[in-house]
Design a protein around this ligand. Structure first.
Ligand code: URA
Length: 200
């Protein structure tokens, strides 16, 4: 199985010529690169993530860190990445770039690379953060409202647990207790992760 660094080398050679003259750096995955207990997958990096070239280090990252402490996990023992590795932007009313959801073209460019990344990292389980990674890994028809806080099979052949996106709690405070309950449920099932593969 390829080392994830080799996958990233391949990715950089693939993406570099795609947007000549445009500044679209790739924000790659970060953390324990082989057989981590969990691989957390977000949507796409934001401004801070691009500056620091690390996923989840901005505002959403703060909520993610709270999640990790609730689940008694550290960033060193898990792997964190995104479906789309560039920051999707659009011009806001003031003319400044703001984040937007990844479009279909970006998703179809990046999802095959996400599958290679997962195959190289070989996590024991996947945790999707929000709808974008959930749909990429479990199917277009599935939505987070229906399956948050539950385990299911994924297209990668690895058990998948879905959580709301950590940033969604910033905008929808009512989700905070739901999110917390889901995280605690995930934490409680961590000791059984190794047996889970045989259950699907
Ligand atoms: N939101 C994401 O989905 N990913 C990041 O890396 C940061 C914010």
């Amino acid at each position: 199985m390829a080392d994830v660094s080799a996958v990233y080398e391949e990715m950089l050679s693939f993406f570099r010529p795609l947007w000549p003259g445009e500044d679209k750096p790739l924000v790659l995955g970060d953390g324990k690169k082989d057989h981590p207990i969990l691989m957390l997958i977000g949507e796409a990096p934001g401004e801070t993530e691009v500056i620091k070239r690390r996923p989840f280090v901005g505002r959403a990252g703060k909520n993610l860190d709270e999640f990790l402490s609730l689940a008694k996990l550290s960033r060193e023992e898990i792997f964190v990445s995104n479906v789309v590795k560039i920051r999707p932007t659009e011009k806001g009313p003031t003319g400044r770039n703001r984040n937007r959801a990844p479009n279909k073209e970006e998703l179809s460019l990046f999802i095959p690379w996400l599958m290679k990344e997962i195959a190289a990292v070989q996590p024991k389980a996947l945790v999707t953060l929000g709808n974008v990674p959930l749909k990429a890994l479990a199917g277009e028809k599935i939505t987070i409202g229906d399956c948050h806080g539950q385990w299911q099979e994924s297209k990668a052949g690895i058990p998948l647990f879905s959580l709301y996106h950590p940033a969604s709690i910033i905008y929808r405070r009512a989700l905070a207790p739901v999110y917390e309950e889901d995280v605690l449920r995930l934490a409680a099932s961590l000791p059984d992760i190794s047996d889970m593969k045989t259950r699907f």
